[in-house]
Design a protein around this ligand. Structure first.
Ligand SMILES: [Zn+2]
Length: 71
């Protein structure tokens, strides 16, 4: 189970697109894993582990959840 956060409504309205799921299942999603900054759909989140998700950028530094929520 991968914990997901939902794309904020404001951000979604700005970008207007769902991202394709990281696991290539063909679904698009407005949920993502904040620690790796990867979009992941809810179905794949159930069957995959965090250890399977690579960071979107090697130097990507995850924010703490608190920092993320305050943005
Ligand atoms: Zn998926």
């Amino acid at each position: 189970m991968i914990p997901l956060v939902e794309e904020s409504k404001d951000l979604f309205e700005n970008t207007g697109v769902y991202e394709s799921c990281y696991f290539g299942c063909g679904r698009t999603t407005k949920f993502w894993h904040w620690r790796t900054n990867q979009p992941i759909c809810k179905e794949c989140a159930k069957t995959h582990k965090v250890s399977e998700v690579k960071k979107s950028h090697p130097k990507y530094k995850p924010k703490t959840k608190k920092e993320y929520m305050s943005v």
